[in-house]
Write a protein that binds this ligand. Structure first.
Ligand code: FAD
Length: 352
């Protein structure tokens, strides 16, 4: 497997990692950005894209998804290479002082420095506590829909009561053979218009509701699923004939592979020294939610300042023979955006 040389590897394409691309770019340092999720944006995209954030300086209210869109545009002139759907698994220091990060795909990125902007770690969907669920995962038990057409003609049970559950019920209603939504409460915590649309489909007999009910178990031979057993609040169980369970119980962070990196940890966070945000591993910096020091505030704005400081601390590693003269962005300016509008998809380059 070839090794790709770059200036800085950023682990995490959340808001802080994205702003890291801009800060490094302003200091003439090229970045490769790795994220375990298929989408750019970290918690903002995965957990609350439509919620307004009110404490980003200069933006009295901005939807989390729009903030990410703007950060992607701000980073675009510096031509970052995104490696999405891959984890940064291992780190090695080379004898020449450079650092190699190995991704889950086997791709190796060698850089002068690494910035961990990894939030609470890899974000993973919460798995329902059902016996043997692992055996059905992928084909019968899924946690997100990548291609709606793959569920054409399927008997789908959707478990969950938030926006995702209601939106997917509405989207799958014309496609799936049947859709049943299981929720432990009688009411759904979703956009009123979406709930209204779902209830209209329930009245037309196109969507079935099982509320208040919870998942009880799965029926099948351990790899081919034939039904989902649910239980109501009186303890009565019944089986829904189904070949697909779409379980939407949110996403939680796990420190993941970084817990095996030889870093000084404080619980699920990485200890850093200020102001550089360097960790106990030379050349490896941690910023944003994952960085820990006394008085740390887990806010996006804190992460922005941390990654700016880390980028300036990294500069001599990338440009060892140059003295850094501090300049404001108003003085330095930014390079023109690449031709056309670089979208998230266009910016993604699979190097595996
Ligand atoms: P994250 O956004 O967590 O991104 C980290 C990324 O790193 C993730 O995508 C993860 O998949 C990836 N990753 C981790 N480990 C690896 C690995 N080994 N390999 C590859 N990828 C990896 N903050 C505010 O300032 N204001 C608010 O109003 C606000 N509201 C919030 C509301 C909600 C509902 C939530 C959940 C959070 C809110 N926050 C708010 C917190 C804010 O979202 C976080 O502080 C911010 O997302 C941290 O950014 P980050 O870039 O450090 O990490």
């Amino acid at each position: 497997m070839n090794v790709t040389e770059t200036d800085v590897v950023i682990v995490g394409a959340g808001p802080v990692g994205l702003f890291g691309v801009f800060q490094c770019g302003m200091l003439r340092m090229q970045c490769h950005v790795v994220d375990s999720l298929a989408e750019i944006g970290g918690q903002c995209t995965a957990l609350y894209p439509d919620k307004p954030i009110y404490d980003i300086p200069g933006l009295p209210g901005v939807n989390a998804g729009d903030l990410i869109g703007n950060l992607v545009r701000q980073a675009a002139p510096f031509l970052p290479i995104y490696h999405l759907g891959q984890t940064a698994d291992r780190v090695e220091h080379e004898t020449d002082g450079r650092i190699t990060v190995t991704l889950s795909s086997g791709v190796k990125l060698r850089a002068a420095a690494v910035i961990l902007a990894a939030g609470g770690g890899t974000l993973r969907p919460n798995r329902p506590p059902l016996e043997g669920v692992e055996g059905y995962e992928g084909r019968h038990v899924i946690y997100r829909v990548d291609q709606i057409d793959a569920l054409r003609g399927r008997h789908v049970v959707i478990a969950g009561g938030g926006d995702s559950a209601v939106d997917w019920a509405n989207a799958l209603e014309p496609v799936a053979a049947s859709v049943t939504v299981v929720h432990r409460r009688p009411r759904f915590r979703a956009a009123p218009a979406s709930v209204e649309a779902m209830m209209a489909s329930v009245e037309r007999g196109r969507i079935s509701l099982a509320t208040p009910c919870q998942l009880h178990s799965l029926e099948g031979d351990g790899s081919a699923m034939s039904g989902v057993v649910i239980v109501d609040d009186t303890g009565t169980t019944r089986t829904l004939a189904a070949d697909t369970l779409l379980a939407l119980f949110g996403i939680s962070p796990h420190l993941g592979p970084l817990s095996d990196w030889p870093l000084a940890l404080d619980g699920a966070t990485v200890k850093v020294k200020l102001p550089s945000c360097e960790t106990t591993l030379p050349g490896v910096y941690a910023v944003g939610d994952i960085a820990q020091y006394e008085g740390k505030l887990k806010l996006i704005l804190t992460g922005f300042a941390e990654v700016a400081a880390a980028a300036h601390a990294i500069y001599p590693r990338v440009h060892p023979n140059e003295v850094l003269h501090f300049e404001h962005s108003t003085t330095r300016g930014v390079p023109a955006s690449p031709p056309g509008d670089v979208t998230r998809q266009e910016a993604v380059e699979a190097l595996s």
